[in-house]
Design a protein around this ligand. Sequence first.
Ligand SMILES: [Zn+2]
Ligand SMILES: [Zn+2]
Length: 160
Amino acid sequence: MIEKFFMVYLLKEIAIKKFLTMSEKEPAQTLHQQGYRVTPQRLAILNVIEESDGHLSAMEVYERTRKILPGVTEATIYRNLDFLVDQGLILMAHVGSGKVVYESTRRLHHHLICRKCGASQEIPHTLLTNLFEELSRVSGYQVDTFHVTFFGICSNCQSE
Ligand SMILES: [Zn+2]
Ligand SMILES: [Zn+2]
C-alpha cells in the first residue's frame, strides 16, 4: 500500500517535472521544435504574456500586442491565443463571472476568488501537492491541470 502510494507520488513528481522542463524552454523554441511556424503574431503574444506578471484578458493581450504589431486584428489575437493554449505554451484560466484570463506557464499556482467582492489571491502549487497526490491515488488519473480556481468568501467579507 505504502509502495503504491509512493509510486503515485513519483509519477506525479515526474509529471510536474515534465511540465516544468517544458515551461523552462523558450516558448518560441518549443514551437519551432514542434514543427509550427513562429509567426510575428505568435511571438508578440508570447512576449506580451511572458512580460506581464499577472493575468491578461484577451482584450488586454490585444491592446498590448497592437503596440508591438500595429494593424494586428482582434480575430488574429483570439485565434493565436487558442493555438498557444492548445500547444501548452500559455494557460487559460476561468476566474469567475465568465471571465477568462491568459498567463505564463512558468509559475505553478492556483487561485482563490471571493464570490462577494471578487478579491483574488494566488495559492502556490506546493500548498496543494498532497491534494493532487490524493486525487491521483483515488482516481487513478495522472492529473495535468496545474491551474485551479477555488471560489469562496474572503475573510473581509465574512466579518461583514
Ligand atoms: Zn493564475
Ligand atoms: Zn470578499
